[in-house]
Design a protein around this ligand. Structure first.
Ligand code: G3P
Length: 257
């Protein structure tokens, strides 16, 4: 990329972000437009642990992630599900995606309103179906943020933006699973959104390993939603561990009181 092209890209990238709320944390090391890290789990312990690292901006859940943490499925009710989302909102001061479990637009709108009433940080996840689009338009029109989920093509992402979704969630891992490059989709969506100045944020989902996070950042994605295990892997390097061991050994000569 030439210097001119880089400058043009940066200007375009910034213009897509104009008018958005600045990232909530006012840390000294924050860049003009931070890449947001969400955790992709419904496990409260994982959410607490990730939150304590100080780099967590939000949470995404889906019905499968919630089902994973339910200990007594026969006794788990819809009220328990809503209470669980409320608990997540108490831990993390940032967007928490809660997914609708209905299929028609009317049902999704009613459920979306109910989920959004749990906490102001709840973002309603709607599937990218025709009914989901109608629900996305209605919910976002009434001021409720929507995360358009199960997105696998650029056309679906354009529809999500046109319907007013706050986030679009392309599933990169599931595309990789069927021998289709998930990150190519992210690059296309970022480009298309920049072309038209869509404010919808690109939330990279179905992340399986650290390289997905690197490539999401290189593509200029707004958010990566990352499983707890992968968040740990982001910090890990054997040379860091070896180097630390050596520093600790050498530091022994001057002690510590
Ligand atoms: O955020 C969506 C994500 O949970 C899907 O991940 O690993 O089930 O494809 P995965």
């Amino acid at each position: 990329m030439t210097i001119m092209a880089v400058l043009l890209f940066r200007r375009t990238h910034r213009s897509r972000n104009e008018g958005r709320e600045p990232p909530k944390a006012d840390l000294n090391n924050e860049t003009e437009q931070d890449m947001q890290f969400f955790i992709d789990t419904a496990d409260l312990e994982e959410i607490r642990a990730a939150n304590e690292l100080g780099v967590l901006d939000g949470v995404t859940t889906n019905p499968s992630l919630v089902a994973k943490i339910v200990q007594e499925p026969d006794r788990f009710t819809y009220d328990d599900f809503k209470a669980h989302i409320a608990k997540i909102c108490e831990i993390v001061d940032g967007p928490v995606s809660a997914e609708v479990t209905t299929l028609t637009a009317d049902e999704m709108i009613a459920q979306g309103e109910e989920l959004a009433s749990i906490d102001e940080n709840v973002v309603v996840k709607c599937p990218l179906t025709l009914d989901g689009l109608k629900a996305t338009r209605a919910l976002s029109g009434s001021g409720i943020r929507v995360n358009a989920t199960l997105v696998f093509t650029t056309t679906q992402a354009i529809l999500a933006a046109k319907a007013g979704a706050s986030y679009v969630s392309p599933f990169v891992g599931r595309l990789d699973d069927i021998s289709t490059e998930g990150m190519a989709l992210i690059r296309q969506i970022v480009t298309v959104y920049e072309n038209y100045g869509y404010p919808t944020e690109v939330l990279v989902a179905s992340i399986r390993h650290p390289q997905h996070v690197v490539e999401a950042a290189l593509a200029g994605a707004d958010v990566a939603t990352i499983p707890y295990k992968v968040i740990g892997q982001l910090a890990k390097h054997p040379l860091t561990d070896n180097g630390l061991e050596r520093f600790m050994k050498d530091a022994a000569i001057f002690g510590r009181e």
